[in-house]
Ligand binder design. Structure first.
Ligand code: HDE
Length: 687
């Protein structure tokens, strides 16, 4: 018979555990044995009266809640927002009044299409939702990392989401848009074309949540104390600069580390390298709105930053992990209707639909109307109302008054206050009740073209390759051709590159535009990732590959130089136990080579000994480490002893300025190279 702690005599162990640490049931009863159920005899049946086991298994059986219908896979982080420019002239929102004041926040990043257990580097839009716990209530800015959306009317959202998620008959594909259903829907919905350019660009495969922008997408309103309204678009500008990976890299990262983005955020915060974004506002008035080529209520359009500059008014700093993933990241509930006095809605039909959807879905997901009482959702300012009861009511009324008006005086509970209470902008609204799409929403191609011409040659190549990859996964020719018909309205270069990639020699008829596209919108540098990269390697990661006998001095110099740059260094070695270096010291490894392919680093360095260089030249993971880094246009530093490995991978015959020979004296020069993040000229050449 297996001995339980009680059988062992109980007394010594029980004395060692103080009462505060004693395990209990959910009812608070101390548990004596957490290993064995209660049985009638050692080999007998388990007894129904075993309240300890029932308590435990009952709760386990109910651990899961429905995952979000979209944005299921997310990662939440605490932080704060600090105002750097007060804007009382524009908004009376309390959060925008006092420079230097900090407001606590919770931000959840997410992918959209994949299920909760899917991988991080799917080609997808990223959610960027922030809850500001302001002194006048919670404000949620529920945005994405792409400033436009696929559809113009909320009515189409279920169709869009059904088309991109797993097909109902087969239950796949998971977390990807590269399939017939998605492109069938898109190619029948010309309004989506603009967003697909963003989605096929590297914006949809960010290197890190830390290196992407965020956008509120819709036009909102700012209202000042006099009730004056301005329109506003919200932006998040990463102080870390923009950066994405390339598609072939994304595919491999998903295998090597499906948690790549969440791990990256965890590591950065753990290292005290807190990511920051500036909150930007584009503010404009009715006169601008009337003058603008497109409808400011149309969520498939941007307002170029060259037309209305982004004004930075504050900084978001993410500086703390959650204590518990479920309690916070899973249970957080964002809603576009969580707005505060001084910020208001517009008639964007997508926003109006969202305003219905979020509360509705959360009621199902979180099981009742009291999810506002869960700590992560609860405001951090006083809350007074007469709402009561319901599932899991934690915060309950005291006293007899649960209605108002009442005549109970001081004990009668809260009262309304028109002076500081929320007031909607008194916009005049008239119209005939009808189901229509406004004529002013009819242009679908002009800004798609503008996006295309704003990209560098490298980025254009990636966009065309993105469409080619995705449409190649469509088994139905008519879908591929229909989509090509739209791309012909965007730009000939794009359409021709995709046609070539698909092997189509006879172009289809272009799609018939609902409105003739504008072809002379000027390029906007703000739309390019590569024009908005960082000017340092800070926050990035060097993979430093070492082996027995490797030069200790050089390894130390590299570590020091990259840390001084604000970068992280991961030591990779043939064995996890590390390597014995040239000076006889043992250097522990962070990763074994097989588990740390170069795709998880931004640049790599090969500091090998002669023996190591020769042996590792025949080692497949070592070869992949080098050839992938080369193919993904990364900077590669090498010592002479690594030459056999460079030869074995074909890199030696294709040396370029991104493959840098180093010694202790030239480490700084290598750090400098790495500030460009990638050596794109290599990719141009490979093409
Ligand atoms: Fe969402 N969206 N959405 N969405 N959305 C949800 O709410 C919806 C849209 C966004 O980390 C859901 O609590 C409709 C645009 C983010 O918890 C749901 C429409 C933008 C998140 C919902 C849109 C977003 C969501 C699912 C079209 C960018 C994750 C779970 C009218 C501006 C928030 C939930 C988090 C989540 C509905 C379109 C961003 C179903 C109906 C546009 C970042 O309510």
């Amino acid at each position: 018979m297996t001995k339980t702690p009680m059988d062992k005599g109980g007394a010594p162990r029980q004395q060692a555990i103080d009462r505060a640490r004693t395990m209990t049931t959910a009812q608070g009863g101390p548990v004596a044995d957490d290993q064995n159920s209660l049985k009638a005899g050692a080999r007998g049946p388990t007894l129904l009266e075993d309240h300890v086991m029932r308590d435990k298994i009952f709760h386990f059986d109910h651990e899961r809640i429905p995952e979000r219908v979209v944005h299921a896979r997310g990662y939440g982080v605490h932080g704060h927002f600090e105002l750097t420019e007060a804007i009382p002239d524009l908004s009376c929102a309390d959060i925008f009044q006092r420079v230097g004041e900090k407001t606590l926040t919770f931000t959840r990043f997410s992918t959209v299409a994949g299920n909760k257990g899917s991988f991080d580097l799917a080609r997808d839009v990223r959610g960027f939702a922030t809850k500001f716990y302001t002194k006048e209530g919670n404000w949620d800015l529920v945005g994405n990392n792409i400033p436009v959306f696929f559809i113009q009317d909320a009515m189409k959202f279920p169709d869009l989401v059904h088309s991109v998620k797993q097909a109902p008959d087969r239950g796949f594909p998971q977390a990807q848009s590269a399939h017939d259903n998605f492109w069938d829907f898109i190619s029948l919905s010309p309004e989506a074309v603009h967003m697909t350019l963003w989605q096929m660009s590297d914006r949809a495969i960010p290197r890190s949540f830390r290196f992407m922008e965020g956008f509120g997408v819709h036009t909102f309103r700012l209202i000042n104390a006099e009730g004056r309204s301005h329109y506003v678009k919200f932006h998040w500008k990463p102080r870390q600069g923009l950066q994405s990976v390339v598609w072939n890299e994304a595919l491999k990262i998903n295998g090597a580390d499906p948690d790549f983005h969440r791990r990256d955020m965890w590591d950065a915060i753990d290292a005290g390298d807190f990511p920051q974004w500036d909150l930007g506002i584009q503010v404009f008035d009715d006169a601008f709105a009337d003058d603008f080529e497109f409808d400011i209520l149309d969520p498939t359009k941007i307002i170029p930053e060259e037309r209305v500059p982004v004004r930075r008014i504050g900084t978001l700093t993410l500086d703390a992990h959650v204590d518990n993933f479920f309690a916070e990241t899973e249970q957080v509930a964002f809603c576009t209707q969580n707005i505060v006095r001084g910020i208001d809605q517009t008639n964007d039909p997508l926003l109006q639909g969202r305003n219905f959807s979020y509360l509705d879905t959360q009621l199902k997901r979180l099981g009742g109307p009291n999810f506002t009482q869960i700590p992560i959702n609860a405001p951090k300012c006083p809350v007074h109302h007469f709402q009561q009861d319901g599932h899991m009511a934690i915060r309950n009324l005291k006293g007899r008054a649960n209605y108002e008006p009442n005549s109970w005086g001081e004990d009668g509970g809260p009262r309304e206050n028109p002076e500081i209470g929320f007031a909607s902008h008194p916009e005049e609204v008239t119209g005939t009740k009808q189901r229509v799409r406004s004529e002013t929403f009819a242009d679908h191609y002009s800004q798609a073209r503008q996006f295309w011409i704003s990209q560098t040659a490298t980025e254009r190549r990636h966009i065309a390759a993105g469409y080619t990859f995705e449409l190649s996964k469509c088994q139905h020719e008519r879908i591929r051709l229909r989509m090509l018909g739209h791309l012909m309205n965007v730009h000939d270069d794009l359409a021709n590159a995709v046609a070539k990639g698909l092997g189509i020699t006879e172009m289809p008829e272009p799609a018939k535009p609902a409105r003739t596209p504008i072809t002379d919108l000027p390029p906007s540098d703000a739309l390019s990732i590569l024009k908005n990269g960082p000017d340092s390697f800070a926050g990035r990661k060097l993979g430093l590959y070492i082996c027995d006998g490797a030069d200790a001095e050089l390894i130390g110099a590299l570590e020091e130089a990259f840390r001084a740059e604000g970068a992280m260094v991961t030591i990779v070695a043939p064995h996890i136990h590390g390597a014995t270096l040239s000076d006889g010291t043992r250097k522990p490894a962070d990763e074994k080579i097989d588990g740390a392919p170069s795709v998880v680093f931004d640049a790599v360095a090969l500091v090998l000994s002669e023996d190591g260089g020769r042996t590792l030249a025949n080692n497949k993971p070592s070869q992949d480490f080098v050839s992938d880094a080369f193919a993904h246009a990364k900077f590669i530093a090498w010592t002479a002893a690594a030459m056999p490995l460079l030869k074995a991978t074909g890199v030696a015959g294709n040396m370029d300025a991104g493959v840098v020979a180093i010694d202790s004296g030239t480490v700084d020069a290598f750090v400098k190279c790495c500030r460009d993040l990638r050596f794109w000229a290599r990719e141009d050449k490979m093409e």
